[in-house]
Design a protein around this ligand. Structure first.
Ligand code: BF8
Length: 674
């Protein structure tokens, strides 16, 4: 009998590890998963292809008569675009409705996270919790004026410092008010440069309160309400600003007050941070309200003793997604991986427990956990899983320490239950993370003259060509981390300093781009000189996705320092999300655009099926806000478009003569990467 040849990966519809990721650890674990017969997102991406019409943005399912699908004709649109849904909705209306619903989803996710932090902050300010306290008084005092909260009092003709507890309580109450206040505009919008604030006022997009802007999107996109793509985008813009300069910025600030403002800290990244002889507890999700408590309890003598008694050599905490970035930047806890590596962390067989809260948690991790000994613990009332192997321990801030201890003990107890052979990839890299508005100021100016002048000087003299914010997710429709790394390397080779957050930050850390030594290897000569002089990496990790608000504030500081125009849109700066996939990324992209930043997304964008609407976002937005969208899947072209925009802004500022205006060519690049 003829022996059947084993089926190839393609025939089995399994992922090809080399094509799926540029990262060695990820490739090894995809192979391991396939050997064990454990399905991952990489395989599912082979088995199921995306809907073409949906990915173009022109599928409307907002009522029960649809979905109405309006494919773009292969030959494009000739003459009038007469495509319509049953109600008559045009392709532009449908794409705009879908787009702003994505903004609503993203803004809601960031802002609800912010609300949770604000509530915990209020609990702390009211002294109702032992676990949470004001850790960073300086940060509290620095944000109080934006809430119109006085930090001093007048008594007997003298100005005295006001009691910190009183300030905290007033700030907490005013902060919570931002989600639902009945009148006025969001207080933090005043932190934008004046010129930008005036643009928002003129366009009528100043957010009134955070929740209202999100609710109004859901109303306007209901059947038969707003049918003008420009008017729909106006509301999308207002909600996105409410995210970036509202919910996200409040989340970042209040987290800094409660848990400390990050300062540069050394750590490691990639699956290789797991340790075979340790209890491995992986924290995954987004809110530091939970993860901070876990970090605190693992250091207690009680838990240390408990670990010792288990026979393990110690307890290794590590993180996935943005909660990882939060505990990295404040405590140096290593990053286990990006969004696409969450299943792989369990497949190592060394993950004794994975504790999750909210956002970017794949439901399939519960199925993967069933194949191993891993305990999967959900903790948030709004984020449960249906699979029966999942343990739910609802995290209550009033009993935070007790809850955190319970979770950690589950991980420790489970160390003895490892069943399959452990396989941890050896790959990991060193990183310096924990940058922010305050530390950039300090690093570039020193203790006595800490300011953004030095950064501005180096931009004006051309050593630094410009600033890029490169952020966002992984996307299983594109090769894991390839876009992230290629875009960032192309930018720094051309003297553009990169500010990173989210999964881009993790990808850069895994690649070893977050060390000062990187400067000499990958950067153009100007940026390398600046980085080597001040001892910073050319890629500065600013934290999680809500911390994109740090990029907005850093840009506002650059404007304030002078010499580079009056608005963020004047700066030689650009934004990018090379591998985006989440609604949060769309909200971030749009608040970057509405803040004056040219923003390029990779992979795809759900607007390509409605060319008129696309043109509105890609071209006409610039006239209103100075920033606009773009789409470029090729990472090198992607970076070059950003550099071209940076050069356009340098020219407009009259500082294009101060630097050699050559894009570094292939030959230069080869010598530099050697
Ligand atoms: O908020 S970058 S995949 S982890 S959505 Fe999610 Fe995207 Fe990663 Fe954090 Ni942000």
């Amino acid at each position: 009998m003829k022996e059947e040849a084993p089926k190839s990966q393609k025939e089995q519809k399994l992922a090809d590890p080399m094509a799926a990721s540029v990262d060695a650890a990820t490739r090894e674990m995809i192979v391991r998963a396939q050997e064990l017969g454990v399905e991952t997102i990489f395989d599912r991406a082979e088995k199921m292809k995306p809907c073409n019409i949906g990915s173009q943005g022109t599928c409307c399912k907002n009522c029960g008569m649809g979905p109405c699908r309006l494919p773009l004709p292969k030959s494009g649109i000739e003459g009038e675009d007469d495509r319509k849904g049953l109600c008559g909705a045009s392709a532009n209306t449908i794409a705009a409705r879908n787009f702003i619903r994505m903004i609503a989803g993203g803004a809601a996710a960031h802002s609800d996270h912010g609300r949770c932090v604000a509530e915990v902050f209020l609990t702390a300010a009211r002294k109702e919790s032992e676990a949470y306290k004001v850790k960073d008084e300086q940060k509290l005092l620095s944000i109080a004026p934006y809430f119109n909260v006085a930090t001093t009092v007048e008594a007997d003709g003298k100005t005295l410092d006001r009691d910190v507890d009183e300030i905290a309580l007033e700030v907490a109450e005013k902060a919570i008010n931002e989600w639902g206040k009945p009148d006025g505009a969001l207080l933090y919008t005043k932190r934008a440069p004046e010129a930008l604030y005036e643009k928002w006022e003129k366009q009528g997009v100043l957010p009134r309160n955070i929740d209202r802007e999100i609710v109004e999107i859901m109303h306007r996109t209901h059947i038969g309400v707003d049918q003008d793509y420009k008017n729909l985008m106006k509301q999308g813009t207002r909600a996105a600003i409410a995210d970036g300069w509202g919910g996200s910025m409040l989340a970042t600030d209040l987290q800094d007050v409660l848990f400390g403002t990050p300062y540069p800290i050394q750590s490691e990244a990639n699956l290789g941070v797991l340790k075979e002889d340790h209890v491995n507890l992986v924290i995954h999700g987004h809110e530091p309200v939970l993860s901070e408590m876990i970090v605190a309890v693992v250091q207690t003598p009680e838990i240390q003793e408990y670990v010792k008694a288990s026979g393990a050599k110690g307890l290794q905490l590590s993180g996935i997604c943005c909660t990882a970035n939060e505990i990295l930047q404040r405590h140096g806890v290593p990053l286990c991986g990006t969004f696409l590596q969450q299943e792989l962390a369990i497949i190592t067989g060394a993950c004794d427990a994975m504790v999750v809260d909210i956002q970017c948690i794949m439901q399939n991790i519960a199925n993967v956990a069933k194949c191993f000994h891993t305990k999967l613990i959900t903790t948030h009332p709004i984020a449960k899983m249906e699979q029966e192997n999942v343990i739910h321990i609802e995290f209550d801030e009033h009993y935070a320490i007790e809850d955190a201890k319970r979770i950690v003990k589950i991980a420790v107890d489970n160390f003895a239950n490892r069943k399959s052979e452990v396989m941890i990839p050896r790959h990991k890299n060193t990183q310096i993370a924990g940058f922010g508005v305050e530390s950039i100021e300090y690093h570039l100016g020193g203790t006595f003259r800490g300011s953004y002048y030095t950064l501005n000087d180096n931009i004006i003299n051309g050593r630094i060509r410009g600033i890029a914010g490169v952020v966002g997710c992984n996307n299983a429709r594109t090769r894991h981390n390839e876009g992230h790394i290629a875009v960032v390397k192309e930018l720094i080779k051309n003297d553009v300093i990169v500010l990173t957050t989210g999964c881009n930050g993790i990808a850069c850390a895994m690649e070893g781009l977050l060390t000062p030594e990187t400067a000499g290897v990958y950067c153009g000569p100007g940026l390398a000189e600046v980085c080597e002089t001040v001892g910073i990496p050319p890629v500065l990790h600013l934290g999680s996705c809500v911390d994109n608000s740090r990029i907005l504030l850093a840009a506002a500081e650059v404007v304030k320092a002078g010499g580079l125009g009056k608005d963020i849109s004047d700066l030689p700066a650009a934004g990018s999300a090379p591998e985006w996939m989440s609604e949060k990324a769309i909200s971030i992209g749009h608040y970057f655009v509405a803040s004056g930043v040219y923003t390029v997304f990779g992979v795809t964008l759900p607007v390509t099926g409605a060319p008129v609407f696309q043109k509105y976002l890609f071209e006409e937005f610039e006239k209103m806000y100075g920033g606009m969208w773009d789409l470029e899947p090729d990472p090198v072209l992607h970076a070059r478009k950003m550099i071209a925009h940076i050069d356009k802004k340098r020219k407009a500022l009259g500082i294009d003569k101060t630097r050699e205006r050559v894009l570094i060519d292939m030959a230069d690049r080869r010598t530099m990467s050697g």
